[in-house]
Design a protein around this ligand. Structure first.
Ligand code: SF4
Ligand code: F3S
Ligand code: FES
Length: 236
């Protein structure tokens, strides 16, 4: 099938303003948008810049706006877009470094700020084996373990667009993953960090984050869980 691909282009320091390049291309309906970008690089313009690694929805590096919606380019098939006009742009709210590549540093700073790692300084069980957890306790945070840090949620959030100091849904999801882990002992500290105007209270329950998540994580629900835990002073 023939498609018309419009791609956002920006190369700082070369005097060009941000603009769109258009390519008329022959592709297979089952090609993914990532395949289409690879075809542009191979056949038309090797200078087109974007991030990718796994090409199978695992690494989270190729989040971009495809026809106005955040998605992983390696997970979107051309035929599923329902049109032969495709516009690809960088995710919003983070500085564009070049073409489809944004500066992810602020995103990862927010991620780091919630201590997204296991904390338990108590001695190990006397048999020296694992810290046990029931299936029910594991289930409580199963959903938020699926995050691949693609930033599709945070960069679809109007609260983040308005103020990049907002910690953002991805950081809250990753805090949730440890707050609700029965073996972890730093829940109170994480909740204190998130109990802030730029923490969970900047979320206005817009739901864009949940719609954007390529892992189908119930992002808004995770944020609601954390708000409830802060308000009630206990985890449920
Ligand atoms: Fe990506 Fe979903 Fe994780 Fe957000 S919660 S960073 S959209 S995987
Ligand atoms: Fe933003 Fe999601 Fe809340 S889109 S406002 S973080 S529900
Ligand atoms: Fe890894 Fe798309 S390239 S998720």
């Amino acid at each position: 099938m023939e498609i018309k691909l419009k791609v956002f282009r920006y190369l700082p320091n070369n005097g060009n303003k941000p603009h769109y390049d258009t390519y008329i291309m022959q592709v297979n309906p089952t090609d993914r948008v990532l395949d289409v970008l690879e075809q542009v690089r191979a056949d038309s313009d090797p200078s087109l810049a974007y991030r990718r690694s796994c090409a199978h929805g695992v690494c989270g590096s190729d989040a971009m706006r495809i026809n106005g919606r955040n998605a992983l380019a390696c997970k979107v098939l051309v035929k599923d877009l329902g049109t032969n006009e495709i516009t690809v742009e960088p995710i919003l709210g983070l500085k564009v470094l070049r073409d489809l590549i944004v500066d992810m540093d602020p995103f990862f700073e927010h991620f780091k700020s919630v201590m997204p790692y296991f904390i338990n300084n108590e001695p190990l069980p006397s048999d020296g084996k694992e810290r046990l957890q029931s299936p029910e306790q594991r289930e409580r945070f199963d959903d938020t373990t699926k995050c691949i840090l693609c930033a599709a949620c945070t960069t679809s959030c109007p609260s983040f667009w308005a103020n990049e100091e907002y910690v953002g849904p991805a950081a809250i999801v990753n805090a949730h993953r440890f707050v609700y882990d029965s073996r972890d002992r730093a829940a109170a500290e994480r909740l204190q960090i998130l109990n802030d105007q730029m923490g969970v209270w900047r979320c206005r329950t817009v739901f864009n984050c949940t719609e954007a998540c390529p892992r189908d994580i119930q992002v808004t629900q995770a944020i609601a869980d954390v708000k409830k835990a802060i308000n009630s002073g206990k985890l449920e």
